[in-house]
Design a protein around this ligand. Structure first.
Ligand code: DQA
Length: 250
């Protein structure tokens, strides 16, 4: 995957894997594969054995094997950005991300752009060294910041050298959803890397369906289990996107 996202295929659809054990994760992959996602995200913060590096590597090896050609994105979402409580501290996470980058089992890793600059640089250097793509992300599960603030996080990701920049925010009203979409449009025009944006919850569902029309290259959908509020089942999401593409002359 030298080029991360190709124009003709936009938007890419990613389904998260949230199993707590290797067995659960493998069962999830089996259930999700027939639904043909473009990408699988292993949300490793749900994995009970995350402290055990060998167990994580072995599980990712099995996931790689089970998922055939579909690329895997490895994510350890922090509690403050909507993830699960895990026994690893920030440097433990960076170490584990480094191990994953060295392995042949994942194609991409996600790290949060608000982390200490030195840690972000370590993850960037390691992923680049081992040919893995890096998504630097920002999440706000409480509210939607001002448009300029959303843009700032996305631009910061590019400054750090990310391969893609992501922002997922929670709307409190419809205006917030438009704020996110406007930020997406502006950043898609100005930035040199792909932008991924999400307005979460029921109010934000429109961004998961049609955010690509504003320039978001990837949308997250439910394969088996949801990993964030507002995610739509992949079959219905794909159908809606296809309908728009078929009938609109965009
Ligand atoms: O960053 C994201 C986006 C997300 O939060 C969503 O809203 O779909 C789901 C997460 O699993 C993923 O890491």
């Amino acid at each position: 995957m030298s080029q991360l996202f190709t124009e003709e295929k936009l938007p890419y659809i990613c389904t998260p894997l949230t199993g707590a054990t290797t067995e659960e994760l493998l069962a999830e992959v089996q259930a999700v594969l027939p639904k043909k996602p473009d990408l699988l995200e292993w949300r490793a913060d749900f994995f009970l054995n995350i402290e055990n590096k060998e167990a994580v590597l072995e599980t990712s090896r099995q996931l790689r094997h089970a998922s055939g050609e579909i690329p895997i994105l490895f994510t350890i979402r922090s509690v403050k950005e909507g993830g699960e409580h895990i026994p690893l501290d920030e440097s433990g996470k960076v170490e584990l991300l480094g191990e994953m980058c060295k392995s042949d089992f994942v194609q991409m890793v996600d790290y949060e752009v608000c982390n200490e600059p030195e840690l972000v640089r370590q993850v960037r250097d390691c992923s680049a060294k081992h040919g893995k793509k890096l998504i630097l992300s920002y999440h706000n599960f409480k509210r939607t910041p001002h448009k300029m603030e959303i843009c700032k996080y996305l631009l910061q990701a590019e400054l750090y050298g990310a391969d893609a920049a992501k922002a997922a925010v929670m709307p409190e009203n419809q205006e917030d959803v438009f704020t996110l979409l406007e930020a997406t449009r502006e950043m898609q025009k100005t930035m040199g890397i792909p932008v991924i944006t999400i307005s979460m919850g029921g109010l934000g569902a429109v961004s998961r369906l049609f955010g690509w029309m504003y320039g978001s290259v990837l949308t997250f959908a439910v394969g088996e289990h949801s990993s964030a509020p507002g995610q739509i089942p992949i079959e219905e999401l794909r159908q809606a996107i296809q309908t728009v593409k078929q009938y609109s002359s965009l």
